[in-house]
Design a protein around this ligand. Structure first.
Ligand code: ADP
Ligand code: GLC
Length: 483
């Protein structure tokens, strides 16, 4: 431990693994509290009381009533759940719903999403102000637009006093927009609805509120922290971020190396490095109905959205298949992309599963040779980290956290002692991806080299330790007790 008293931090997140997950935010929010413990941080996580969360609570007790919580009564529960120390906003009018946590039956956002997550953020500020009798955080750490208003409410609360805030940007594409007519229902001061404040092109932006009012801003890789300052990546908020660049830093995500451990993973046959790969690959091929092949078995585990660049893969696929490679894809999202991959699966060397399947994702990592991540932007990305750990070499676009986590095969990294861990391509185009797939096939055809890269990949540190220390140091810096 870094010395000094334990710092009490309230994490505010809209999802946290293993309780509720739509993407990497859940993995990060679920793993950070445990990783921070060794660094003198006691983190509690405030989550919405979705049905899946409520069902997982162990020994919940009511620790506060909130009679008027954005359209109905609510309570704050204290409980353990999913290995986390939780505070849960039990607000049935906001969170007791079927379908998705953000999207209704039709696939559209719940119309009251602004109020649902404003409520979460507002309750976070209330907790900082003493809502719960026996616990008060020294600092609030909010995530993405869903937590974006927490720093605002904190700054406007007299009760919260000097409680500081950090906002982490996981995905700037989602900005928490709401029409100006909702200022009242979101408990925002109309005087703050200015271009220097909450206003974003005539709308309210919860994310922008966080970018302005949080004491510090972080994002999930150093490279993306730089990229965010440019119009190409800032998605309209780069000006706001440039104004606060002194408070913005990038801290790389880690992964939970106990959950993602190829030697003990209960979801796969345990194996060591290259040895067990062959058996796992045979099982994976059988599962996807793929025949034996000369070339590498490439996998994709992803949301199917424009961010992930998988439309480029549809175009570049012949470059892989012509060289005897194969593709197994697991994903869901954009209906057009789902259809395109289902159509691609007509090829005997392509297998596709549309859906979300945690266990299958582990088996794919165990059996794949390479994992493809051709993202147009990627704040950090986690699947390439799983790939490293399972000896499934990442083939990534040169962007965001993908650039920070993979050592690309090049004449320099392959000369002498091989240090490469994967393949990178740039620009992010179908042609460059196709060329990269060609390089993957050429490398795969040199088994000694491929195995050396697998060994490097599996030895590459991908855990949380270093980054948890960086978060703890950031909290200490903010609280002015740098040790
Ligand atoms: P993002 O958060 O942008 O979706 P990340 O790479 O950070 O990207 O995290 C995605 C997480 O979601 C990973 O844990 C990945 O394994 C998981 N995931 C994505 N799609 C699926 C799927 N269809 N089935 C199982 N897990 C998935
Ligand atoms: C976001 C990003 C992804 C990142 C994840 C967790 O969803 O798209 O790159 O790894 O958050 O921080």
């Amino acid at each position: 431990m870094a010395g000094g008293a334990v710092i009490a931090v309230l994490s505010v997140a809209s999802e946290a693994a293993p309780l509720v997950k739509t993407g990497g935010l859940a993995d990060v929010a679920g793993a950070l509290p445990g990783a921070l413990r060794a660094h003198g941080v006691g983190m509690r996580t405030l989550l919405p009381g979705y049905p899946a969360v409520m069902a997982a609570l162990e020994a919940p007790r009511i620790c506060a009533e909130v009679p008027s919580c954005f359209g109905g009564p609510a309570r704050v529960l204290r409980a353990r759940g999913g290995g986390l120390d939780l505070l849960v906003l039990d607000a049935p009018h906001l969170f007791t719903r079927g379908a998705g946590i953000y999207l209704g039956e039709t696939g559209a956002d719940w119309p009251d999403n602004p109020e649902r997550f404003a409520a979460l953020s507002w309750v976070a500020a209330e907790i900082a102000g003493g809502l719960i009798p026996d616990w008060r955080p020294a600092l609030v750490h909010a995530h993405d637009w869903q937590g974006g208003l927490a720093p605002y409410y904190l700054a406007r609360s007299t009760a919260a006093g000097k409680v500081a805030s950090v906002l982490t940007i996981h995905n700037i594409a989602f900005q928490g927009l709401a029409p100006a007519s909702r200022l009242g229902s979101l408990r925002l001061d109309p005087a703050d609805f200015t271009p220097e404040g909450l206003e974003y092109w005539g709308q309210i932006s919860a994310l922008k509120a966080g970018l302005i009012w949080a004491d510090r801003l972080t994002t999930v890789s150093p490279n993306y922290a730089e990229e965010l300052l440019s119009p190409a990546f800032g998605m309209g908020l780069d000006g706001v971020l440039r104004a606060r660049r002194g408070q913005l830093s990038g801290i790389l995500n880690g992964i939970d190396t106990q959950v993602w451990d190829p030697e003990t993973d209960p979801l796969i046959t345990p194996y060591k490095a290259a040895k067990g790969k062959a058996a796992n690959k045979a099982a994976l091929r059988a599962e996807f109905g793929l025949p034996e092949a000369e070339g590498p078995l490439c996998i994709v585990i992803s949301r199917l959205t424009a961010q992930k660049g998988l439309d480029l893969l549809i175009e570049a696929l012949p470059a892989l298949l012509e060289r005897g490679g194969q593709l197994a894809l697991l994903g869901s999202g954009d209906p057009g992309l789902e259809q395109a991959f289902q159509a691609a699966a007509a090829h005997p060397q392509v297998g596709v599963r549309i859906g979300y399947d945690e266990a299958l994702s582990h088996r794919m990592l165990a059996g794949g040779d390479a994992i493809l991540v051709p993202s147009r932007f990627e704040p950090c990305g986690l699947t390439q980290l799983y790939g490293l750990r399972y000896g499934t070499l990442p083939v990534v676009a040169l962007t965001g956290g993908l650039a920070d986590t993979v050592i690309p095969a090049s004449p320099a990294t392959l000369a002498g002692k091989v240090v490469a861990t994967g393949v990178q391509f740039s620009p992010v185009t179908a042609a460059a991806l196709g060329a990269a797939l060609g390089r993957v096939c050429a490398l795969y055809a040199q088994p000694k080299l491929w195995r050396a890269m697998m060994r490097n990949a599996m030895a590459h540190p991908v855990g949380w330790d270093h980054s948890a220390a960086a978060y703890a140091q950031l909290y200490r810096d903010i609280l002015g007790e740098s040790t």
